[in-house]
Design a protein around this ligand. Sequence first.
Ligand code: ATP
Ligand code: MG
Length: 394
Amino acid sequence: MGITSVIKVLLIEDNLAEARLLHEVLKGATRQEFRLCHEKRLGDALNQLQTQTFDIILLDLTLPDSQGLDSFVPIISQNSHIPIVVLTNMNDEELALEAVRKGAQDYLVKRHITLDILVRSICYAIERKQMEEQLREANQALEKRVEERTIQLLKAQELNQLKSEFVSMLSHDFRNPLNTILLSAGLLEESYEQLTREQQLSYFQMIRQAVQDMNELLSEVLLLGKADSGKLKPNFNQLDLKDFCQQIIHSLHLSFEKNNQIILNFNGNFQEQLELWDEKLLWHILHNLLNNALKYSPQGGQIFVDIIAEEKIVTFRIQDQGIGISQESQKHLFEPFYRADNVDNISGTGLGLSIVSKCVEAYEGEILIESELNHGTTFTVILPRQQPVLGKIE
Ligand code: ATP
Ligand code: MG
């Protein structure tokens, strides 16, 4: 950048004689042209600074509307890019030094000012300020780059760790059903003749169940992958919400051999066949939450399912009297493969809730949890309600 040919100086000085003197001194400069703007009061100078640009400020520290560093602070805070040279009397050098400590480039004792000293001080102050600014900008840019790179590195590290955890958990969860298939198929192959018809059927059923489990696991992993790449979007279709919820509960109830009682309550206004819902996302949400409520409940524990329809939202609340989740575990529930340490030998992969949270996210809904160890858990999901379809479907 360097120094421009005409240097615009803002002189803030209440003493007219001093101002005139400085004016005269600067007129004598031959190598550099100075254009001086003179203000007697701090308020007027601040106004000037709002409307004009200056290369340098010469500031007298004793002004009628402000004293000492009180004048310096508002100027430097609003014009931190303009260098300031403080003008001082013989007896207030200490004050001038304080101004330098607070960011002024230099100070001059008025009585000692000569053309040479003044020009040198102004040019030096401008050069130094420019260098300071460049340094500050370079520093800022560097800090920003370091920050960005650190975030990238942390993300990459986290992602790598997550990936390897994911792969090892997945292989483990695939190996179980695969072993079942391998063992059952081997037994059927070697001892088919010796097995009773019931035994044969039960091995075939085990194989079928294992294949089903693997298929379910695979579709859950695919769903998570889709959610992570931002491709999980709701696809709305007409649905009878009440009927749909009843069916999910019915089929889950059948698949559990426990004698839990599920108490289903509908509140509010439901429109049969006229509601718009994404059936797949809703299924994953309700199926997983109900499945957990049943799985983590003791024999005979009651499960309350409340579905409340309001104008803009529907709230699904699933409350169980099961093993509960500690405060610490609640922080990790939605991480893939996470399982709390009180699950003992209740089986599971730890994917259910991460799928629920992705589906709720895709729906732009909200999920809340309240739980107490050994007392029970309540999951509340709030989903926005689409506008009902006008007219009845054929
Ligand atoms: P799956 O993938 O088969 O659903 P999972 O049930 O273990 O396996 P999530 O549904 O993701 O996995 O649940 C994660 C963990 O949260 C569970 O392992 C359990 O520790 C805890 N949890 C979830 N729901 C409940 C509940 N209703 N009561 C107590 N603990 C629960
Ligand atoms: Mg589960």
